[in-house]
Design a protein around this ligand. Sequence first.
Ligand code: AMP
Ligand code: MG
Length: 322
Amino acid sequence: MSYQPEKELALKIVRQAAKLCQRVQQTQGRQAVQKADTSPVTVADFGAQAILCQGLMESFPNDPVIGEEDATLLQKPGLEGVRQQIIEQVQQSIPTATPDNVIDWINWGNGNVAPRYWTLDPIDGTKGFIRGDQYAVALALVEAGEVKLGVLACPAFPREDGNKGVIFLAIRGQGAVEIPLEGGTSQKIQVDPSAHFEQLYRIESVESVHSDRQVQTAIDQRLGLTYAAKQMDSLAKYGAIARGDAHLYTRVPLPQFEGKKENIWDHAAGVIMVEEAGGKVTDLEGKPLDFSVGAKLSNNHGVLATNGSIHSQVLAAIKQEK
Ligand code: AMP
Ligand code: MG
């Protein structure tokens, strides 16, 4: 399948959502609200989810959508102002949107897995977004438990021309490309297949609790890595591996989060990016990530993404450290 209609729609709405995020960042800076799990959420997270869901609902009304955000929080007393800002931001992108539309669009992301569904994270790396670092608008199409199309808009990602803002796009069987955020020529990307560990870069989250750094240090030593890990928020890490800027990325659950599984929207679009650029992604036991079971990767333990050529060696090192 060529996935041409899906690709066109995905690129269009991810760009629109990224534009909303940039606008919110310029006008509102660091304002955030706390979610029930104490993680921050902003006007841009909700606004971007509304835009993404509106497009999907209109073009592919039969496809369920599983998104990170939910509008329930916005009913809380005291958040009327935030709700109003979200509505105004969405109206700048879609002038005909009513307040009810905006809430309905956000909640369109409350779907369940099906033989074919979309998953999205309107802002992955909200903490990076608030800090002014990396973040990604992430959208993926899943069929029969396998990611078929992934798009990542990374408005702060550095480009070779000195500007910032990259879209990564991958379609199963068609490779991966990067495109300037504002549009332009798409360029094929590929992993750096080097297997000389002393010259390779590991990439990790900026947030230290998202992966076990103690176990990681032991794995790094076993592999003979010499460079300090690069740090980056969000799914942009998968883009960095796909374009050869880094070579491996792990998520090793900390003991206190052992039973907590990864969210599908935190990985789906990145997984296909790395795979279509020639790399490999599995869990820490070498099993493929299973996107058929629900909003979490319940059948998997942690995540390992590599340039492919080092994958089995890294898996062996992980096994020895567990
Ligand atoms: P990153 O930018 O790589 O730090 O990843 C951000 C994502 O990590 C967020 O979207 C959260 O869903 C997810 N997250 C939050 N807490 C944890 C945790 N304890 N372990 C793994 N991932 C987490
Ligand atoms: Mg996320």
